[in-house]
Design a protein around this ligand. Structure first.
Ligand SMILES: CC(C)(COP(=O)(O)OP(=O)(O)OC[C@H]1O[C@@H](n2cnc3c(N)ncnc32)[C@H](O)[C@@H]1OP(=O)(O)O)[C@@H](O)C(=O)NCCC(=O)NCCS
Length: 167
């Protein structure tokens, strides 16, 4: 079993969207990420954004959204959250690895960008641990920007070696 097989990403559907909206982060983390309600609404408005519920087994544990930003013409890991009671179990990292793998299969996608509020040291540690690096940019809303270079990975992926490549 590879490290990123611990979670599965599933479409948001009429059956699971309420559960997704009800997932909440821990106290004190509310400013680190938009609500899932807002993210699902944004995905409706921006069709290049792909929202998914994150499952560990049959249990919904989080939410992630990734896609292409037509304004700055970059691919982004747009949102990531793991519900308060499910944090610290490796699901966040497994989700990021899963998203990297999916995005590496998009032909035009060579780099993945993301941003986080500077106080969010836990998120930065997670992103660093899988290979994201600071670009030195600060986003319009004051967030620290990171980038993952997919070009190194693409060759390894052909040989199905993602988990080796990112560790
Ligand atoms: C950030 C977040 C997604 C991490 O999810 P998680 O499932 O708890 O993270 P994991 O268990 O996979 O942890 C992976 C690594 O991240 C780092 N990490 C995660 N949370 C951390 C925290 N609170 N403090 C310090 N490091 C943390 C650690 O390096 C950890 O590795 P380790 O277990 O070897 O120490 C989750 O805390 C969350 O939803 N936070 C609120 C929303 C948010 O900040 N989203 C990101 C917006 S950019």
């Amino acid at each position: 079993m590879t490290e990123n097989s611990a979670v599965r990403l599933k479409e948001i559907t009429p059956q699971n969207f309420r559960e997704c909206i009800n997932l909440k982060v821990s106290d004190g983390q509310e400013n680190f990420v938009a609500s899932n309600l807002m993210s699902i609404a944004q995905a409706k408005i921006y069709p290049t954004a792909n929202p998914y519920a994150v499952y560990a087994g049959d249990k919904m544990v989080g939410f992630v959204m990734y896609g292409y930003d037509t304004d700055d013409e970059r691919f982004y890991l747009v949102r990531l959250m793991i519900g308060a009671e499910h944090q610290g179990k490796g699901y966040g990292k497994a989700t990021v690895l899963q998203v990297i793998e999916r995005m590496s299969r998009i032909e035009d996608c060579r780099e993945i960008y993301l941003s986080f509020v500077p106080e969010n040291v836990g998120a930065e540690r997670l992103y660093k641990s899988v290979g994201f690096e600071r670009t030195g940019e600060i986003s319009e809303d004051g967030e620290t920007v990171m980038r993952f270079d997919l070009s190194k990975l693409k060759n390894n992926l052909k040989n199905n070696e993602l988990s080796t490549a990112v560790n």
